[in-house]
Design a binder for this molecule. Structure first.
Ligand SMILES: NC(=O)c1ccc[n+]([C@@H]2O[C@H](COP(=O)([O-])OP(=O)(O)OC[C@H]3O[C@@H](n4cnc5c(N)ncnc54)[C@H](O)[C@@H]3O)[C@@H](O)[C@H]2O)c1
Ligand SMILES: [Zn+2]
Length: 384
């Protein structure tokens, strides 16, 4: 924790409703017209209709945009923006994974930007986010990740943080097993990066520690037994807690590298993060260097929380990293990038650009150890 500054603060703008069935909160929303951002899977699973019906009970009519695709790009945002502006909505609802919630945030962000350019007043809608993965934590963050020309751009602005998050774990009961694994590891990376961030505080630490504990205690169970309601509740809550932490602390180079790698090779966000995690932690902890790094002691603290042996900083950090490796293996996650079938020459040719992009990513400045481009290339090479 650094020297206090005038900027030291902890912000939590979003009101959170949780529990199975909390989707019914929509019956109490105040407004007249809703614009709903979602995808065809949420439509076919019937969740979208449920949202429309509950809003109807609240006297709110719905305009629906189901054009969301994974890793939303600017053209998708432009399509949604046009319909959103035409709808005149006073309520904006996103139901889906991080891609749907980030799309709604992108639409909101550009609606605001356009209004500013036109000198028009923006009537900010009530923004409700309902995650269907566990997850990105996007329901409580001021982050949105949008792909432009094949590259993932991180937009960070308080304006796009949802007003209300609804954590109803019945909405995540049909998530495919590999998505449970990927999104669950994404939660873990959010919490770990928040914990070692240069902007970590006691407030973010408390949230990150709880999220990490919930993931270690429940993610493997949920992966192996998708009908386990308790494990599903716990992982969904962990996702939100980790989001609350990192929207305050920022993230780190795990995300910077994952944005560059996932955007280039079309690998899901969570899997990209998972493949990079251990090498990033080794770099941050500098275990083969002077072992003086702040991150090593933070990882060791997490080992203590998980009741792993941690008589020394090295022992704790190593045991925490080993526990992560075991967890990833239990979730069927590959050990190396090459096992995804990515060609070695293609990967080597992309390295320079991947490292350059990651260095400039908005998640890099809060990493506990400031990397040079060469460091990022070495991490990528070790992960291959
Ligand atoms: N804004 C943030 O704070 C933040 C944080 C992390 C990641 N992200 C971004 O979020 C995106 C990834 O989001 P994600 O990991 O949630 O995946 P996703 O939203 O892309 O969904 C992954 C797949 O799962 C399907 N799916 C989602 N919910 C389902 C359900 N309940 N049942 C069945 N299928 C379901 C989707 O249709 C999709 O095919 C990336 O673009 C990433 O960069 C944003
Ligand atoms: Zn993430």
């Amino acid at each position: 924790m650094g020297v206090p500054t005038i900027e030291d603060q902890f912000i939590l703008k979003t009101k959170v409703y949780f529990n199975r069935d909390s989707l019914k909160f929509l019956k109490q929303v105040k407004g007249s017209r809703a614009f709903i951002v979602s995808d065809s899977i949420m439509e076919s699973l019937g969740y979208l209709q449920q949202v429309v019906d509950y809003l109807h009970d609240a006297g709110i009519s719905s305009h629906i945009f189901t054009g969301v695709r994974p890793d939303p790009d600017v053209s998708l945002i432009a399509d949604g923006l046009k319909l959103y502006r035409e709808s005149g909505a006073d309520v904006l609802v996103a139901i889906g994974g991080g891609s749907a919630i980030d799309s709604a945030k992108g639409i909101l962000y550009f609606a605001w930007q356009f209004a500013a350019v036109e000198g028009a007043e923006i009537n900010k809608p009530l923004f409700i986010a309902i995650p269907s993965t566990s997850g990105t934590g996007s329901e409580v963050t001021d982050f949105s990740v949008i792909t432009s020309n094949g590259e993932k751009i991180v937009v960070i602005d308080e304006f796009i943080a949802p007003d209300i998050a609804i954590l109803d774990s019945t909405c995540i009961q049909h998530v495919p097993q590999h998505v449970v694994a990927d999104t669950g590891i994404d939660v873990l990376v959010h919490a770990i990066e928040a914990y070692v961030s240069t902007k970590a505080t006691h407030f973010s630490d408390a949230l990150a520690e709880k999220a990490i504990k919930l993931i270690f205690e429940n993610l493997e169970t949920l992966y192996k037994d998708p009908k386990n309601d308790f494990a599903r509740d716990c992982v969904l809550n962990a996702s939100c807690l980790a989001g609350m932490a990192f929207t305050n602390t920022g993230l780190g180079i795990n995300h910077s590298l994952a944005h560059a790698f996932g955007g280039t090779f079309h690998i899901s966000h969570g899997r990209s993060n998972a493949l990079l995690l251990n090498q990033v932690m080794e770099y941050n902890a500098d275990l083969n260097g002077p072992l003086g790094e702040y991150a090593a002691s933070r990882y060791a603290k997490l080992a203590v929380i998980l009741q792993l042996p941690a008589r020394t900083k090295r022992e704790g950090a190593v045991n925490f990293m080993q526990a992560i490796k075991r967890l990833k293996k239990s979730l069927g996650i590959e050990d190396k990038i090459r096992y995804l079938g990515i060609d070695q020459t293609e990967f080597a040719n992309a390295l320079e650009h991947l490292a350059e992009t990651a260095l400039l990513d908005r998640c890099t400045p809060t990493n506990p150890r400031q990397p040079a481009k060469e460091d990022l290339k070495v991490i990528f090479e070790k992960c291959y």
